[in-house]
Design a protein around this ligand. Sequence first.
Ligand SMILES: *Cc1c(COP(=O)(O)O)cnc(C)c1O
Length: 469
Amino acid sequence: MPTSSNSALFQRLPSIDDLLRQPEVNELIEREGHAVVTESARVVLARLRQQIAVGCLDETALNLQLSGLSAAIEGELRQSVAYSLRPLINATGVILHTNLGRAPLACSALDHIRETGAAYSNLEFDLDSGARGKRDVHVERLLRQVLNLGVSAQISTIVVNNNAAAVLLALNSLAEGGEVIVSRGELVEIGGSFRIPDVMSKSQATLCEVGTTNRTRIADYERAITEHTRVLLRVHRSNFEITGFTEQPSLEELVALARRKNIPLMEDLGSGALWDLRQADITGEPGVLESLRVGVDVITYSGDKLLGGPQAGMISGRADLVARMRSNSLFRALRVDKLTYAALEATLLAYIRQDYDSVPVLRMMRSSKDDIARRAEALAARIKTTKLSLGLIDGNSVIGGGAAPSAVLPTRLIALTHADLSADTISARLREADPPIIARVEEGRVLLDLRTVFPEQDEVLARAVSSLN
Ligand SMILES: *Cc1c(COP(=O)(O)O)cnc(C)c1O
């Protein structure tokens, strides 16, 4: 209940209508519209009422607040109409950072999204016949070219929302009510709660585990095959490695067994590289083409990992098996929209043109340590240091996103320390910059890796770091 002294304060508050008639507020309404300004004015007045009620505003403080009402409304309005999803600078050196949106898109992908998203398109329309068409055609044709598959190869591709959806759709289409054989060493959980046993049960298939965590032999698979077996599944371990006393059948052995028993072999590749990573000295990360060549029947992979495109789940494999997935009603629920097709199509075209540097994740993987070192030196030279100390040190960038977990890309890091501020405080200050800057903190230092920073962001980064002085 208001006391007599604060009821006098309450009476000083203007009504909403009075407030909206003030000239500065009126100007705001002209610029931003009546509805949002009214809402912000309500929020500001409610806040003042609350402060008076709890007794933390006296006469003088209230006068000050009342003289700055229009500025307070404008501030409130800025926040309420600001985007929640914002671009930022990734200086962590983790190329595929799931928390930071994985792959940034190629400019050609953004252009193609813009031109097809802003207009009607032939998404499901065959321009030759004038009849209804299929949305898959936009990507399938290009993927055949990227993979260098002849027209005669009986390989199809469909696209769903993400790789988790791809695994769900593939297993449900091929193994509903039956069994799927998986090695115990591959029952993985991958970033953001993708767990093979859970996806298996959601797809209405029964998981049949074989082998042990560190050793599984081809004979283990063979022994587990029954009349109920529908799929042999190989899962790429992605985010960890098992080393030491280990054994795993080769893909060739699995293909031979699958053919002999006439059971489809499916591989959840995860990252699904379409570019030969060995050219960047990255080994042990299986490529899509390699798996298809060896004879895997169905592979699933993400669009926004090493492929460098939009979030999507790709399923490539034997045409008859993919046809079963296409006719599954789940496919309708998991399908992607025109913006995803536009971005994927443009990204795949960059591969066909061998314009690899236009795909940001490929360019980042391919940048040499020398190039990064040169940029780091130039950037460091621009930063004023009085309280800030700054050094260049050797280090490693990581691919991330559950791809090539042990692959390291040599890089040159900018290491920051400050006379008065801890590394965590510096890193928090950098996050408050506009755009926010995300850095690594290691051993009491803040580390900036320019591998994942776009060269055109170097200037902004230098300014933000200088302002820490
Ligand atoms: C990343 C990954 C997934 C999940 O893919 P999303 O596109 O994030 O749904 C599944 N399996 C493997 C092996 C992966 O690496």
